[in-house]
Design a protein around this ligand. Sequence first.
Ligand code: ADP
Length: 357
Amino acid sequence: MNWDDTTDAEAAAERLVGAAADGEDQAVEAALRPKDLGEFIGQEKVREQLDLVLRAARARGATADHVLLSGAPGLGKTTLSMIIAAEMAAPIRITSGPAIQHAGDLAAILSSLQEGEVLFLDEIHRMSRPAEEMLYMAMEDFRVDVIVGKGPGATAIPLELPPFTLVGATTRAGLLPPPLRDRFGFTAHMEFYGPAELERVIHRSAGLLDVEIDPTGAAEIAGRSRGTPRIANRLLRRVRDYAQVKADGLITQEIAAAALAVYEVDARGLDRLDRGVLEALLKLFGGGPVGLSTLAVAVGEERETVEEVAEPFLVREGLLARTPRGRVATPAAWAHLGLTPPRSQSSGNGQQDLFGA
Ligand code: ADP
C-alpha cells in the first residue's frame, strides 16, 4: 500500500497493523482458525462460560441460546461462531449487519435456515431498523411476519422458523438497542490478548504454515501485534517472507525485528501513521495540548484518520490523552520516541496537573 496517496480512514484501516481483515487475511485465515474450544487460545472466562452453555444445550438436545460477542476486530469473534457451530455439529451461515438493509433480506435468510443452524451476524449494530425489529421476533418466538404487498392492501403472513442460534458480533455492545441486547441468552466480551497468549497464537500459526520460529522470534512479533491475533498472524507472514529471502527461514528475535523495521512497525506495534501523530505532537507542539484539527494538518492527514485510526491505539497504550484542552502526550510517549520533554514541563505547567509528572 502506498501511504503517499491514500489518506482516507478506510485505506488507513488496511495497513499492516490494522485490525480489519484484508484480502490476504481472508484467504489464509480459514487455515489458521482454531476448530474447537480446546484449540482456541486465551479468553479463558469466555471459553469456560461458552463451554458450559454449549454442553448444557447438547445435554438437553436443544439448540444453544443466542450468543452476543463484543470486542474489537481481529479478536476471534468469527472464529468463535464457527466453533459454536462445530461444537453443536450444526451448519453455519455467515452474514453481516451492513449486508442486511431491508427486512426482506433478513426474512429470506431466516426462512432458509435449517433446524439448529448457527446464524453469524457480524456488525449486528449496523443492521437497518426494520430488519432489527424483525430479528427481535425471530430470536424470541422463532417466527417472522412477512409483509406481502404495499400500502393499505399489505398483509402480514406469519412464518414459523426452525429453532436456530443467532451469534451476533459487535465492536461495542453499548451500541446495541437494549431490546436486542436483552434477547441474547449469553453475552461475552472479548478482551485484547496478552503477550504470552499472542506468542501461543504465533507458534500455533507458524506450525500450520510450516514456518520455523524460535521463542524469541515469537515474543518479538507478539510485542508488536497490538493485542490482536489477526495482526499477529499477519505480521508472522511478513516476517516469514523476510526470513526466507534474507536469511535461512528461521525466525529469531533479530530477524523479526529487522523484518518489522522494514515494514515500519515499531517495538510497540506503532506504525508510520501512529508515530507521525506522536512525533508531531511532541516535536511541533511540545507534547500539547493541541487541537485535533491542528494536529491532523501537521501530519498531513484527515481529522478522521487521526481520530479514528491512530488515536485509539495511542490512547490504549497510554501514549496520548484526549483532554478538554486538546491532545496531550504522556511521559510514556516521550520515553517511547526517545525524546526529552522540554524543561518547562518538568518544572510545572499543564502537564504537571494532568500527569503529576
Ligand atoms: P473477528 O471476527 O473478531 O474479527 P476472527 O475470528 O476472524 O476475528 O479472527 C481473526 C484471525 O485471528 C483468525 O485467523 C483466527 O485464526 C485468529 N484468532 C483469533 N482468535 C484466536 C484465538 N483465540 N486463538 C488462535 N487464533 C485466533
